[in-house]
Structures are given as structure tokens and as C-alpha cells.
Design a protein around this ligand. Structure first.
Ligand SMILES: [Zn+2]
Length: 323
């Protein structure tokens, strides 16, 4: 009798969105750059919904630096204490150093979390993009932990940052489902650090089990998904379920092959399974797209600061000539 279990036609959850199914027919498109920019602008223009998928390449394109001279200048203290190699080369590797104690681990991590998170401000490119799509219904799915779209003024409730935050810490064992905003604690650590170490009194302890704390970044199975995480997941699912009934464009920015199952492969799958969905993939070097998606996929391998700017300008011009 109860065959009235009606689901919205395209009810899609985050877990059903995820995909490990990679395309077997990747190609590098040989369409000239200017033509690709025009096609991308037209695709966005004609869509009512835009889902933006953001990877590490977006922050880099916008100006964030993780290694080289920038690292030498900002992590000189740690290079002096630990030597340069192989860990003290860039911000990714530095976090993996086998620190001798908690005071040393938090000495590095508080500094890194501030530089890569709270104090990072590379938002002009983000702002440009936000303004260009202001008349669309949009949502951001991001693997970045640096909050750059939020800082650029994009509504926080339309962002799902799946891999954590440089602002927050959690129990290292993940013994309870809570995370803690720790920017102020990081600032105190920054002030009191000496030779890479913070005072023992500042080392955070889990308020539940008394054990060690760690950054709320997804590095293992102990990653804590708190209430805010699940609320964002729910909003993402609602947006996508609705968007799939309309003209949806997936705008993928700087997503590589580190965690392709969160944005890259799922975007291809959505496009494959729904004819009203298009994919615009921007990447400095890896903008290969499945040949089978035909003209619904545009892969632009170029400096992303330039390609994003060019697309936004093209959108602006189309807007003006049509109004
Ligand atoms: Zn705990």
C-alpha cells in the first residue's frame, strides 16, 4: 500500500555523487584558446546553475606559494632547527616532519596554519569569478582548507569544503565529533615560539579523552566531520539535486589527480549521465577531458589566472551586448 515513496527525480547525496570511475578516453582538445574561452563563456551564460569544483591549483593560480623562496623566507627558523631536507622544502612536506614532541609539532603547525589559512589572502581572482557568476545559482565544492572564496565574499553557506580547515583542530584519534576554531591559539603559539617550539602550557589536549589534538585536515580515517560539515554536505546535495533538473555547468578549477574521486571523476560522471550538464575544466597542465562528452566538455590547459580572467571578461562582454 505504501508505494508512495516518492523521491525527487534527481535526489543525489554526496556519497552517491563521489566516483572512482575514471574516463578511458581522455583527450587534449586542440581547439584554439580564444575559441575555447568563447565557448566557456557561452556555456556559463546559458546555464542557470553553476557548480564550482575547486582544487589546490586555484589557490596557486591566485598567488598562493608553498615552496621556493617564499618557504625559505617564512620558514627560516624551522630550516635552521631541522635542516632543509627532505622535509623543510615546502609547506606540504614540512607538515610530515617526524617532530620529537608536541611542543615542536605545534610550533610548526600553528605557523603553517596561519600562513596557509587565516593570514593567506589571494582573493582578487576569486572575487572576479564570484562577480562574473553573480546572476547564477551557484555552489562551491572545494578540497582546499584555506577559506579563500569565503574571504572573497562568497556566502559560506554555499561552500562545502570536504577536506577540513586550516582554522580548526580536532582530537587526533577523532574520539568525538567536534572541531575547534583555533586561530587565536595559533596566534599565541606564534608569539611564544622559540627555536621552533612552543611552551608546553600551550599544547592543546582533547577535552574528552585527554589525548593529543591535530589539525582538522583529512589525512587519515580519524578525520572529524562535525555538525557544520554534515550541514554543508546536506546543502550541497540539495543544490545538486535541484540543479540536475536545470541547465547546469560544472566549472572545475585546478583539480589534479591527488584526490580525483571527490571532484574530477564525479564531474565527468555527472556529465556522462545527464545531457543537460556541461563541464568546463581549467587546469595549468592537466585539462584533459573525455572525448565521449563531445562539445559538452571544454578543457583549457593554460595559466588559470589568465583563463579565468579571460572567461570573466568574455562573460561581461556578452552580458553587455545582449542587454
Ligand atoms: Zn579525544
Amino acid at each position: 500500500m505504501f508505494n508512495d515513496i516518492r523521491k525527487p527525480e534527481n535526489n543525489i547525496s554526496f556519497s552517491s555523487f563521489l566516483s572512482a570511475d575514471y574516463a578511458r578516453d581522455y583527450i587534449t582538445q586542440d581547439t584554439p584558446y580564444d575559441e575555447q574561452i568563447g565557448m566557456a563563456a557561452k556555456t556559463i551564460r546559458e546555464a542557470d546553475h553553476v557548480l564550482i569544483g575547486v582544487g589546490a591549483g586555484m589557490s596557486v593560480a591566485a598567488g598562493a606559494e608553498y615552496g621556493g623562496k617564499f618557504f625559505e623566507e617564512n620558514f627560516a627558523e624551522f630550516q635552521r632547527v631541522y635542516g632543509k631536507g627532505p622535509y623543510m622544502q615546502d609547506m606540504y612536506s614540512a607538515g610530515f616532519y617526524p617532530f620529537p614532541d608536541e611542543e615542536s609539532r605545534w610550533g610548526l603547525w600553528s605557523h603553517l596554519a596561519l600562513i596557509a589559512g587565516a593570514d593567506l589572502d589571494v582573493t582578487p581572482l576569486h572575487r572576479l569569478l564570484i562577480e562574473a557568476i553573480a546572476d547564477k545559482r551557484s555552489f562551491i565544492l572545494s578540497t582546499n582548507a584555506d577559506h579563500q572564496f569565503e574571504k572573497a565574499g562568497y556566502p559560506e553557506e554555499q561552500i562545502f569544503a570536504t577536506q577540513g580547515s586550516y582554522r580548526r583542530i580536532q582530537c587526533k584519534r577523532g574520539c568525538h565529533p567536534k572541531t575547534y576554531d583555533s586561530v587565536e591559539l595559533f596566534r599565541r603559539m606564534e608569539l611564544e615560539r622559540k627555536d621552533g617550539r612552543i611552551p608546553g602550557a600551550l599544547v592543546p589536549r582533547c577535552p574528552v579523552c585527554g589525548g593529543e589534538m591535530t589539525m582538522n585536515l583529512r589525512v587519515d580515517d580519524c578525520f572529524v566531520q562535525d555538525d557544520d560539515w554534515y550541514a554543508a554536505e546536506e546543502r550541497f546535495s540539495r543544490f545538486l539535486s535541484r540543479a540536475l533538473g536545470c541547465r547546469l555547468v560544472l566549472l572545475e578549477l585546478g583539480v589534479g589527480f591527488n584526490t580525483p574521486t571527490i571532484i574530477r571523476f564525479p564531474f565527468e560522471k555527472l556529465c556522462r549521465e545527464h545531457e543537460n550538464v556541461s563541464l568546463i575544466r581549467l587546469n595549468r597542465s592537466k585539462a584533459i577531458v573525455p572525448a565521449s562528452l563531445g562539445s559538452r566538455a571544454i578543457g583549457i590547459s593554460a595559466d588559470m589566472a589568465k583563463s579565468i580572467t579571460d572567461i570573466c571578461n568574455a562573460l561581461d562582454q556578452t552580458g553587455r551586448s545582449e542587454s
